[in-house]
Structure formats: structure tokens, C-alpha cells
Design a binder for this molecule. Sequence first.
Ligand code: SF4
Length: 622
Amino acid sequence: MLAGYMGKFLWVDLSTGVMHEEIPDEQLFRDFVGGYGVAARILFDRMPGGVDPLGPQNILSFTTGPLTGSPAQTGTRWTVACKSPLTGGWGDANASGWWGVALKAAGYDAIFFTGAAAKPIYLYIENGKAELRDAAGIWGKDCYEIEDWTKATFGKDAESACIGPSGESLSLISAVIHAKGRAAGRSGVGAVMGSKKLKAIVVKGKQKPSLANPELAKEVKRKYSKQITGGTGFADFYRATGTPGYTATGIRNGDSPTRNWGASVAHAAAPEPVEFDELLKYRVKRGACWQCPVSCWGSSTVEYNGQQIEAHQPEYETAAAFGSMLLNNNLPSLIKANEICNRYGLDTISAGAGVAFAFECFEHGLITKADTGGLDLQWGDHQAIIAMAEKMARREDFGNVIADGVMRAAQKVGPAAEPFAVHAGGQELPMHDPRFEPAMAVIYKMDATPGRHTQACQYIVPAGYKTDMPNFGENRNAQKGRGLYIKEASCLTHTMNASGTCLFGYLSTTVDFVAEYMTAVTGQNFTVDDMLKVGERIANIRQAFNVREGINAVTQPDPKRAYGMPALPDGPTGGFTVDLKMLVAEHLGKMGWTQDAAVPLPETLEALGLSDVSQQIWANRN
Ligand code: SF4
């Protein structure tokens, strides 16, 4: 077995309560590294196409990477993957904190859940001993309460990943939450956990993965410590402010979607009240995940509606989703919105998008006070925003409708609401406007988990990566050619995600960061070319998963307003339309996927050692 891995998976059949261990083949790790790479290979192989995402046949996986819990800075990531109930295709979401490190310390690289329990249960693993336990006493508790219960019951070194009331009620935008705010938010993974009546997974232990070359690991660690403290890439940004430092910037430069994507930032509420310095006034302490020198996050406390609340400081995505999207610049309300989502276990991006959808439906008379429980939804009214978010979390009134995402909400409200439901394949778009960076439209449309900004690293490659990609700079009108470079950005990012390192560490170092640690930790001679190759394999098997589900990403309806169709009349992105057809064609050509349906071509799959996948997805197509 390669070093860096525990070399063991735990399989849990929740229908029968039977558990067994699997010793995975080393080649699986060589080919797919870990995280959603390994999960994609296993779920593609062991789950038939067409299963009900909320049914017992869906496999819910929790995976780590070889760099999770390793000496690598930011090696904290763990991934939840399954068939997504939101998109009907491949679903994954990852989070940081301590849980992934603790899972390895408990003895496993990954856990795979099949079946569904008849009554609420939780899984407890300590040093290789796993036990399913009755969760009757904790069902209904929110994610803050579960975190406190975990520490009080099992000790400070125990870590839990859980669902809140939103996951229990199968909200399709629900998340898996750890440490009161480290969230595996996207793809509706919380609803899948809820469908299995699995409230939490508590892990602890003292086991350590082996390290192939400790001397090299020390040397590499010194190199990247210097880079992180020396300001390589985006290191200074992440260390100084983290993503909240971008909240006001995004409003100024045009990246932040405004008024549910229907207006330019010229109409957003003023950015000054959401500057990072303002957020600092509410900060309790700076935060860092396990042994992370970047320390990009923090906790805030604020009095809101006469109640003192504490929450992780809102990341940019959260602050924009409940801020510029709703013309809201009341910072305490953004902290409150984050607290609601983290307590109930909701994806903050989809939650903010759902509330904005409700506001626009209200503005156009498609819903009234009779639907909102008396709430008067006026843009920028932070009290109404928070009240609506609470209704969504509790599934009350129209909150019950938006709790399952904007695509389904629009289907219920009717055709007039369709333009207000901004999503790709069912997943609400993140807070980076393709009218600001047009390549994002292709990433949103074509990734196997659509509507994601982290799977191609926002079209950014790390410092030092040699590419012939032109510097497109701020000239967004130079669209031609942009689609040709998404492949590189996404393949590198897939391998980084699979390794268990954090996007923010990857962007705070030079491109060799992941490859050099993979070499030192696992003992393989891993290069940047290997990153590209493994990432391409991961991209293709995820895509094949969707093809098998009958998804055609090319012909799926697009959120036209987000792509400048029609163009905005004013603001920094005014007058601009994404040339989606051209960009998608460039990307598909580069990926070796068919132009009409984004099906990986047989030669593409064969070159990646995926002939068996090719046979499956092409069997009935010719
Ligand atoms: S960079 Fe931030 S999110 Fe990433 S591991 Fe470090 S503290 Fe956690």
C-alpha cells in the first residue's frame, strides 16, 4: 500500500446494520488519488444508473485524500459524494476543519453508506472500532448543538460531521456541517444523509498514516511555509482577510451578482458597510483548521433582533448571496444569515439564492403575503431577508418551497418565475458573475457538478504553472480562446481537491505544492503532469456518471440572465453577453467530449485507462 493512506475503507449497510472493511487496491489510489476521485470510481462501479438519490440504493461516501492529516499545509479536506438529489447527477461537496484528519486517526480513508436506517442513528468510530448507535436523543438538534454534544459526550478530540433539521427534513439544499460552520454545502448532500436517517458521524482515534519520506516532507514543508508567509500567489489575501476581504471588492468590480442576477453592481447597496474592517468589529477570534498556517477564517458575534449570536464570519459567497443578491449591506444580518444556515445545515449559496428568488417573485406579484406568512419582501429589507431565511430553514410557508432549490420552486410557481430561478442543472449559481469572467459560464454549465466555482478554481491556475494561456486581463470582450484553458484549470483543481489539500493553500503556493507533497507523503514520483492526468481521469469518470444518468449538459436550459442574455444596461459588466456557444465548443473539443451531448469519446476514455467506462456509456449510443 502507498504511504499516506490508512489503506482501509469502512462500508456500512444502514438497512441491515452490517458493516465490513475493504482493503482497496493500491491502483485505485494511483489512478484517482482520493476524495471525489476515488468516490467517483467506486460509485460509478457499484451503483447502477437511475437510482433514486433519496432512496436506499444511493451510496453516500465520506472520503479523505493522502494529504489529509499529512505534513502538507492546509491538508485538512474531506469530501462527501453521492448522486445529487438537486441535479440528478454526480454530487460532491468538501469541507475543511478537523473531521477528515480525525477520520484517518480513527483508522479509515473513507466510509461508504448504503441502504437506509429505519430509525435515526449515528455512527461512532474510535480507533478502528465502528458502532451504529441510536440517535433518538439527538434527532432534531441543530448543528451547533450536535457539535457541543460531540465534545461533551466523547471528548475534545472527537469530531463530528452532521446534518441539522434541514437535512432531516430532506431540504434539497441542505449541507453536512462540522465544527459549527465548516460546511460540505453543495449538491444537496445533507438531504441524502437525511434520507438514510444518519444524523452524525463521530470519529476519533490516535492512528497515523505512514509517511514515505519524512526528510523530503520536512524540506517541502520549509519551502511552502516560506511561500505562504512570503506572499506567493494569493497568500497575503488569504492570511490577511480570507474571502470576506473580497465582499466589498466584488461589489465594486462587478463580480458580485446583484438583485438576483437581474441588475448590475451599480444598483447594489453601498459596499462600505461590508468592508472587512467593519467585519473585524464583530470578530471574536481568528480561526484556523487543523495545523493550518493560513488561518483564513474567524468567528463573529453580534446582537441581532435583541439576541446575541455567534457564527463563523460570513465567507464571500455567503455575504454576497445574502448581500448584493438582495441589495442588503447590513452586516449583522449577514452574520445572522450565516448562523441560521450553519445551525439548520443549509448551503449558504443556495439559501441566499432561494431567498432572492422569493423576493423577485413577490415583486412581480407571483407570490403574495398570503404565501409568505405575512412577510412584505422588499429588496434590501434585512429583517424580511432573515425572516424568509428562517422560514426556509423551518419549511414554513413559501420557505417550504425554496427549501428545495430555485429550479423546483419555479416549477411550482409557474413559467413566469422561470427567469428568476438562476441555476445550472438544478444547482444555484455561486457568486461569481460570468459577465465579469465569461469562462465561469462554461465551468458552471459543464462541470459534472454544475453551478460550482471551486471545480476549476475560478479559472485560475496556481503561481508558476507553465501554460500558453494568454493573459486575458480585464478585457472580457476577448472571449475567443478562453474555453481552451478550462481543462487545465479544472484538471489541476480536481487532483488538488482529491489530495485533501485546500484550494486556498493551493492558491498560496506554486504549482508544485501538491505534486511535491504527493511524492514525499505517498512515495510515488508525482509530477504536475500527473496532476493533469489524474484530474482528467476524475473529470471524465464524473462526466460518465452523468451521461449514464441521461444528463445532457449541452442542451440543458441555461440561466440566461446570468450570462448577459440580454446584456445589462449599465455598470462595469454592462453591454456584455457571454459567447456561450463558442466557449462551450472550445471546451468540449479540448476535453475530447462530443459536441452535441458532452459524452467523453471512446478514445478519450481509453487514453485514460477507462475502457470499461467507455464500454458502459457507449454500449447503447452507437
Ligand atoms: S486555508 Fe482556511 S479553509 Fe483552508 S485549511 Fe487553512 S484555515 Fe482551513
